[in-house]
Design a protein. Structure first.
Length: 264
């Protein structure tokens, strides 16, 4: 049941990463050739990229990876979005009027983690409330894992990008002081140029890390909302099944023929 959402994305995700990797290689090659020749005035970003040094390459890779994961997660959450109140209303209506099998088919036709969790619980309805509760917990764990897929990479990018920027700054400062030591006359322009080149990587790392961390926090809040909805809808389903079972048993007891009097 959990695979209904999960199997739809990995192939597209890999294709997107390959495309971004090709663009990354092309950009790096263009930047490298730009060092050898004059850089046009309109290519200020390329000039900053080249000036930042070798650590701009892993920072660019982090930005591409973060952007790809963010776009994939936005698409995933858009497809998984569910009106829980409306879904539960439809489910309880079908369950009361038509029974278990139509309710299972109705849930199977719906997409999203909420419907998948409820469908897993409803499949165990005939085995009792404990089996339903266990099935719901298992399905909720699987769906939560699907919702959290890729977030560890977002957190990694958010942590590594500024560190790469700081490392690039340290490397740039080392080269700047090396140039100062080798120069016969130290000028303010020479010092300012070295510091300018060194600070580019710090700015680039922070520019990558801030939106990626913001997106990570947003996705975590969405996952928390999904988890709460799964718990509430699962508890509501268990209560509805218990009420339905009691009503069904009462109805069956009214159909039993009266017991024959015991002969004396």
């Amino acid at each position: 049941m959990a695979a209904r959402l999960k199997l739809r994305f990995p192939k597209r995700f890999r294709t997107a990463l390959v495309a971004f990797a090709v663009l990354l290689i092309a950009a790096a090659a263009w930047a490298k050739t730009g060092v050898e020749g004059p850089i046009p005035n309109e290519s200020g970003l390329v000039e900053l990229y080249v000036t930042g040094g070798v650590f701009m390459h892993p920072i660019l890779l982090c930005s591409v990876l973060g952007l790809a994961i963010i776009l994939e997660r936005l698409y995933y959450f858009a497809k998984a979005r569910t009106d829980t109140r409306r879904l539960m209303g439809e489910l309880l209506h079908v369950l009361q009027d038509q029974g278990f099998e139509p309710a299972q088919r109705m849930l199977h036709s719906k997409r999203g983690p909420i419907a998948a969790v409820l469908h897993s619980g409803l499949l165990r309805a005939k085995k009792g409330p404990e089996a339903v509760e266990k099935a719901i917990e298992t399905a909720a764990s699987i769906q939560t894992a699907g919702l959290e897929r890729g977030l560890i990479w977002l957190a990694t990018v958010a942590n590594i990008a500024p560190l790469l920027g700081f490392l690039g700054t340290v490397s740039g400062m080392i080269h700047a002081f090396e140039a100062i030591a080798a120069a016969e006359e130290v000028s303010a322009k020479l010092v300012a140029t070295g510091i300018y080149e060194a600070l580019i990587t710090t700015a680039a790392g922070l520019i990558v890390a801030i939106p990626v961390q913001t997106a990570h926090n947003y996705f975590v809040s969405r996952i928390d909302k999904f988890v709460i909805d799964m718990e509430e809808s699962g508890a509501e389903l268990i209560d509805a099944l218990a009420t339905y079972s009691r009503q069904w048993e009462t109805f069956l007891s009214t159909l039993k023929p009266p017991s024959a009097p015991i002969p004396r």
